[in-house]
Design a protein around this ligand. Structure first.
Ligand code: CP3
Length: 347
């Protein structure tokens, strides 16, 4: 049997009886082999050492025979490369020491040397590409502009996004400057990943859903569209997946985006999402990550339900969770989910 890149081919329109599968955050703390390396190095050291980033990227691919390998890195390496001081605080997550609060802060962000500063990522992508089996698809990624802006302005994870939204409403011009700088940095960053060997690009928009549909349309969507249209022009061969978490309230607005795949969280049925997105995309998702804490019968029932909905999609399905896997997830539950996918009766 010839080995095919199922994930890449699905995004290019090919249909399979059993969909390709990978898991968001598949390299991480739920894996004992990850924790073993993590005992010795802090997270950013792992990201910045190409050999370690490569080794960790391959762990879930080897363990579970995933169809996709996602570069081991973080979305916040980009703001760091723009001059912000980033720290990962145990129990709190990412923290920026000096969040952006004034126009001057935003003007100071540097995008000139971004390619050089992020060259450790490109080196990791090169190494991963050389080490991967040919049927695996290498996924590069970055954060969407507003998801990055949220961390940069709030300084850490936030409950109500008061600083970010105040900036948007009260000083729209400075907000627009920040978004323009981010889009420009992201284009350089994504291009570097593709030149190094990334075959699919994903745009993580974890905070798309913190806005009303009208605010998203007015303030955020133009930058998402600009990023996507520019990437499509510069990298026409590379499929794009946009993952706007919490965005089901404005799916019709997204239906015209020039992407190949759309990531779906677990708040919609895949079949409903397909209709409301104009049947224009391969859909990726959407098992609730917490299902992995349930008994096997429930894992089986829900995995089969997602597979059945996936079969009915207009453009195809990539099996995934609806968001990142949680650090406490049992590895055996991941194995169970994959067993159900691979044994699924495809009549
Ligand atoms: O999917 C993958 O396996 C690739 C690697 C990846 C990581 N982060 C590794 C990581 C990806 C794609 C991300 C994206 C990311 N990072 C997002 C967008 C996607 C999403 O899940 O919403 C966001 C919002 C971040 C910011 C971030 N980085 C958070 C909130 C955290 C968790 C902090 C914590 O302590 O739980 C991180 C750290 C991080 N990124 C870890 C990993 C494996 C854990 C680091 C550790 O070992 O302590």
């Amino acid at each position: 049997m010839q080995k095919e890149k199922k994930l890449l081919n699905t995004l290019k329109g090919k249909r399979y009886e059993i969909p390709p599968v990978w898991i968001m955050r598949q390299a991480g703390r739920y894996l004992p082999q990850y924790r073993k390396i993590r005992e010795k190095y802090d997270f950013m050291t792992m990201c910045k050492t190409p050999e370690i980033a490569c080794q960790v990227t391959l762990q879930p691919v080897d363990e579970f025979n995933m169809d996709g390998a996602i570069l081991f890195s973080d979305i916040l390496t980009v703001p760091e490369a723009m001059g912000m001081k980033l720290e990962f605080v145990e129990g709190k997550g990412p923290v920026f020491e000096n969040p952006l609060r004034t126009r001057e802060d935003i003007e100071k962000l540097e995008i000139k040397d971004i390619e050089e500063k992020l060259s450790y990522v490109f080196e990791a992508v090169r190494l991963i590409r050389m080490s991967l089996f040919e049927d695996k698809t290498l996924i590069g990624f970055a954060g969407a502009p507003i998801t990055l802006a949220s961390y940069m302005v709030e300084g850490s994870a936030s409950r109500n996004y008061v600083y970010l939204k105040s900036l948007i409403y009260n000083d729209t011009r400075s907000f627009n400057l920040l978004m323009d700088k981010l889009v420009n940095a992201l284009i350089v960053y994504y291009r570097g990943q593709v030149e190094a060997g990334a075959e699919v690009l994903m745009i993580f928009d974890t905070f798309a859903g913190i806005f009303s549909p009208s605010d998203y349309e007015m303030y955020i969507y133009p930058y998402v569209k600009k990023l996507i249209d520019t990437l499509k022009k510069k990298l026409p061969e590379t499929p794009l997946i946009y993952f706007p978490r919490g965005a089901s309230g404005f799916y019709p607005l997204l239906s015209q985006l020039n992407v190949d795949g759309l990531g779906i969280d677990w708040f919609s049925r895949l079949t409903d999402a397909d209709k409301r997105l104009g049947q224009n995309f391969v859909l990726q998702g959407n098992l609730d990550p917490v299902i992995l804490f349930a008994d096997y019968e429930i894992i089986e029932r829900e995995t089969k339900r997602v597979l059945e909905e996936g079969k009915k999609l207009s453009k195809g399905h990539i099996f995934n969770l609806g968001h990142g896997i949680l650090p406490q997830s049992p590895v055996d539950s991941v194995k169970k989910m994959l067993e159900v996918i691979r044994a699924h009766n495809t009549d």
